[in-house]
Design a protein around this ligand. Structure first.
Ligand code: SF4
Length: 461
């Protein structure tokens, strides 16, 4: 039965309050002296005296400026401009502890807003940040809704599909006397181009696992999970992708459900054959660290068709290059080998904001896998820099409820899907499958700068 894909959003407020962006420092003697002067000047007119100059209500608490409500401050700087003698606005150093050098405090803020509300974050005052930068910020999507009003983003008047296919798609079918004599397609669909990757070892707790598995089931996507831990956490179902290593191959015999997909942690031909023998109808995916172009082509040559290509949590491959270049390189190598349409690539690592999903797809991924954003949605705190998948450490607030976590990540997915629809609507694309490798819809900052400035003395690419 056809059903239109829909993610149910609901309010799921933060359980741990985030530190405010700014510290509002008011000198109490300075403020008292100022109030005294105003009291005399305005002859005790309380309405004027108590009308402090913050339209956002920072000084409107019970004792006014003596206990400013910092969480309301938006940093307009009116107060410190008008009363520099006793008011100062400072950045809050506590915010630097929210994330790390890649997953910045602003990114954490955005994820928490999306996870608590399910809405798209909109800043009415216009964009005040940089227009380019490192990593994903060096790639701009070409959106021109005014000249391409054919698609209608999130409003749903014209349907835009976010379905992706995962599996093996042969380039043609062969028949002998009406009977199929070639390998049949082995494909299944996921309604959003986003999978959930394994949580780090420090967060493999019952609550986190049940939350991620529950959300994967509710959102009809997949959760990659180590096969040896499946029994311990009692998770099962076609939305679980068991991750198998050579040492854990025996656990295959104990699986009591048929997964839609299994992931193999290393290129091990006997292991791949064993997985395929045990689950002949399941799709087998090979997990590889980036960069992996040579190994990828060899694996394609040996018959593997689905790949999970991973950068570290900061989006860097083993050679230090960023995911944009690595995904493009893998995609272009498959195009050059004329087998791109037969292969599925799931890209992961460093995808921490909604706009990174379409950018990764434009760079050549069919879909993406998420890691740290899921943890941040659950308000996990970074313990130091989180770069390496195996060694990164996080700390969760106490007493998290599974239902709350499921709603938070569902909200996050709803918000990211809406933003994906907006991007596709603005590009005039009606399905995400057509966005894969659609590099004509992207602009690269370094290319544009080179084009514009290369003939100017002093330009360095
Ligand atoms: S900076 Fe602006 S928002 Fe913040 S306290 Fe001062 S007046 Fe209010």
């Amino acid at each position: 039965m056809y059903h239109r894909y829909h993610l149910h959003t609901d309010s799921a407020p933060d359980v741990a309050s985030l530190p405010s962006h700014l510290l509002v420092r008011v000198s109490k003697p300075g403020l008292a002296g100022f109030l005294l002067r105003e009291f005399v000047h305005y002859r005790g007119n309380r309405t004027i005296i108590l009308n402090r100059p913050c339209m956002y209500g920072v000084f409107s608490g019970p004792v006014g400026g003596f206990a400013p409500r910092e969480h309301l401050c938006v940093g307009c700087l009116r107060c410190t401009t008008q009363y520099p003698d006793f008011v100062s606005i400072l950045p809050n150093p506590a915010r630097s502890r929210l994330g790390d050098s890649y997953f910045t405090a602003d990114r954490v803020d955005t994820i928490c807003y999306e996870a608590s509300s399910g809405k798209i974050p909109v800043k009415g005052a216009g964009y005040r940040g940089l227009f380019g930068g490192d990593g994903w910020d060096g790639l701009w999507t070409d959106m021109s809704e005014i000249v391409r009003p054919t698609r209608d983003g999130i409003h749903g008047r014209e349907f835009i599909s976010t379905v992706i296919d995962i599996g093996t798609k042969p380039s043609c079918l062969g028949f002998t006397e009406g009977q199929l004599n070639s390998e049949p397609p082995r494909v299944f669909s996921v309604p959003i181009p986003v999978l959930f990757d394994i949580p780090p070892a420090s967060l493999l707790t019952d609550t986190v696992v049940r939350t991620l598995a529950g959300t994967a089931a509710a959102t009809e996507t997949l959760l990659v999970f180590p096969i040896e831990a499946l029994q311990k956490f009692a998770v099962s179902g076609s939305h679980i992708v068991p991750l198998v290593t050579g040492a854990q191959a025996a656990a295959l015999e104990e699986l009591r459900f048929e997964p839609a997909m299994l992931e193999v942690a290393e290129w091990d031909q006997p292991l791949l054959a064993r997985v395929q023998r045990r689950f002949p109808r399941s799709v087998v995916c090979l997990r590889m660290a980036l960069p992996s172009t040579d190994a990828l082509l060899r694996a394609v040559g040996s018959g593997i068709r689905v790949f999970h290509l991973l950068a570290d949590y900061h989006g860097r491959g083993n050679d230090g290059r960023f995911a944009i270049d690595l995904f493009r390189e893998a995609h272009k190598a498959l195009v050059a080998e004329r087998c791109r349409d037969q292969v599925t690539i799931i890209g992961g690592g460093g995808i921490i904001a909604a706009e990174h999903v379409p950018k990764a797809i434009i760079c050549g991924c069919d879909g993406v896998s998420l890691d740290t954003p899921l943890l941040v949605a659950l308000q996990a705190q970074f313990v130091g820099e989180a770069v390496n998948r195996e060694t990164s450490s996080f700390k969760l607030p106490c007493g998290l409820a599974v239902d709350w976590g499921v709603q938070r990540i569902t909200n996050l997915m709803a918000s990211w899907r809406d933003q994906l629809l907006e991007v596709m609507g603005a590009m005039g694309l009606r399905e995400v499958r057509r966005m894969r490798g659609e590099i004509g819809r992207a602009m690269f900052q370094r290319d544009l700068e080179k084009e514009a400035f290369s003939e100017i003395a002093g330009y360095a690419s």
